[in-house]
Design a protein around this ligand. Structure first.
Ligand code: 2HA
Ligand code: ZN
Length: 263
């Protein structure tokens, strides 16, 4: 997140990125969810137009005192795009001993996304490692999901290698590649744990047969990682649909790319 940002600026970014997720076709119905660590950006007395604040029930010692802006459960990306404050809420992780009554349940829009466990686990992991990333996106990009159904491709090593060979941009910008989380039921703590493991030092991980989770300093950078990987997946599938297995960048080309980008 950049300096001098307030919650209003973050909500503008949420609106723009939610619109893009919808336009890209990655957000059917209420698919996907967005969160941003907005600690320090929420005024003590939130003004009108600030999303509702909900206290999280579960103790999360590493996130104590943190505020996470997250899409509300059931919200459509196209609705978030036109009214971000109306379809987001702020999850507050109270400091130990300072628990305030939760507003969850009193306001239909104040129930956070069904993927809250994954978002909180990823924010916890980012905070614990002192990372600059504050934004998390989960969405359903069709081509990456299609690859995750392809036997022989749906494993970390093969998927990562295919995407790097399809498009020089992948290896140049994302040398740590894409992580791979084996299928877990949506919304579960098992999916949350698999997400953290798959992300490690990466910007993006594929949730097998479901979607992706990506992180970035801001929502734009998280979006870029998804967009780039989805482009590479599309090139692979377009070649296969045209009836040929793509040659891909050769070993020599990959080595030269790494050297050129100081990796
Ligand atoms: O928010 O995408 O994974 C709906 C989903 C759950
Ligand atoms: Zn999903």
């Amino acid at each position: 997140m950049r300096k001098h940002e307030g919650i209003e600026t973050v909500l503008e970014q949420v609106s723009r990125i939610a619109g893009l997720l919808w336009e890209k076709g990655w957000a059917e119905r209420n698919a996907g969810n967005i969160s941003v660590n907005v600690t320090g950006l929420v005024p003590k007395k939130p003004a009108r137009g600030c999303p509702p604040i909900v206290d999280v029930e579960k103790p999360l010692p590493l996130l104590e005192g943190t505020m996470i802006l997250i899409s509300a459960t059931g919200s459509r990306m196209r609705d978030i795009a036109r009214d971000p404050a109306g379809f987001m809420c702020i999850v507050r992780v109270p400091k130990a001993g300072s628990r305030k009554p939760s507003r969850a349940g009193s306001d239909a829009c104040a129930r956070p996304s069904s993927e809250l466990p994954a978002h909180l686990s990823v924010h916890q992991f980012l905070a614990a490692r002192g990372k600059a990333e504050k934004a998390v996106i989960h969405t359903h990009p069709g081509r990456l999901i299609a690859l995750s159904h392809m036997q022989g491709v749906n494993n970390k090593g093969t998927l990562d290698s295919i995407l790097k060979r399809m498009h020089p941009e992948v290896g140049a910008v994302y040398p740590d590649g894409i992580g791979f989380a084996p299928y877990r039921t949506p919304g579960t703590v098992e999916l949350a744990a698999a997400s953290v493991k798959a992300l490690e030092s990466r910007r993006i991980a594929l949730w097998e047969k479901h979607g992706v989770v990506a992180v970035g300093p801001g929502l734009d950078e998280a979006f870029d990682a998804i967009d780039t990987m989805e482009k590479a997946a599309g090139i692979y599938l377009d070649c296969m649909a045209a009836g040929y297995e793509p040659e891909g960048l050769t070993d020599g080309q990959i080595i030269a790319l790494r050297a050129a980008f100081g990796q």
